[in-house]
Design a protein. Structure first.
Length: 212
């Protein structure tokens, strides 16, 4: 029973309660959507610049991040760090897809004529999200679900609560947040790369750059 409730909670926390994709826009970015792969997107750009009448070829590469070497006081701390790396690799692609879905959904809703049409469309989207993403969400652990909430804030610059509120209204946002609180989670959780999430940010940057 608890396992089932946890899965429902995760679904509510993330896709049902945080993301919506226009059903007509079913395309996916495989480099971002693959939950079993790092969220590394090659950013190699080859171009040509003209300087003093001469054409000069250039190659623009990914950022390379240099951090102090990790030191661990014991194996338990090292194992905790390794779990963080694995969790980031698992859920960061989902968080990036959330960003794409939020943008696409917002833009699509702007093309609809009135609130009634938008509400009708959102009901269709809500069902499609359950059908498409429930298998992926069932594979997430509780800690991965909580991490995903934070990474959604990092990618979207808005908490999951704010996203739900903008699409579904205050009542639904409050309901999902109250349900999440039963399991010790919060849709209002924010990402703080300079303090509490400093280590997570280091891992995220290195994963994005393909360094780990």
């Amino acid at each position: 029973m608890f396992r089932k409730a946890k899965r429902i909670c995760l679904l509510a926390l993330v896709f049902l309660a945080a993301t919506l994709q226009a059903q007509a826009q079913n395309k996916k970015d495989e480099a971002v959507a693959a939950t079993d792969n790092p969220a590394f997107v090659p950013m190699v750009k080859v171009g040509k610049a003209v300087e003093n009448g001469d054409s000069i070829l250039f190659v623009k590469m990914n950022n390379v991040y240099v951090f102090p070497n990790m030191t661990f006081k014991d194996k338990k701390q090292q194992a905790k760090y390794n779990r963080l790396v694995n969790n980031v690799k698992k859920v960061l692609p989902l968080a990036k897809q959330v960003k794409l879905m939020v943008i696409e959904t917002y833009e699509y809703l702007q093309t609809l004529p009135d609130d009634q049409a938008r509400q009708k469309h959102m009901k269709i989207v809500e069902k499609s999200i359950y059908k498409e993403y429930e298998p992926q969400m069932k594979k997430l652990t509780y800690s991965q679900g909580k991490l995903l909430i934070k990474l959604i804030h990092r990618e979207c610059d808005s908490s999951s609560y704010e996203i739900v509120k903008s699409f579904f209204g205050s009542f639904r946002a409050g309901f999902y947040n109250a349900f999440a609180s039963i399991f010790g989670a919060s849709l209002k959780k924010e990402y703080d790369p300079d303090d509490t999430d400093r280590l997570t940010e280091r891992v995220v940057l290195m994963v994005e750059a393909g360094q780990i």
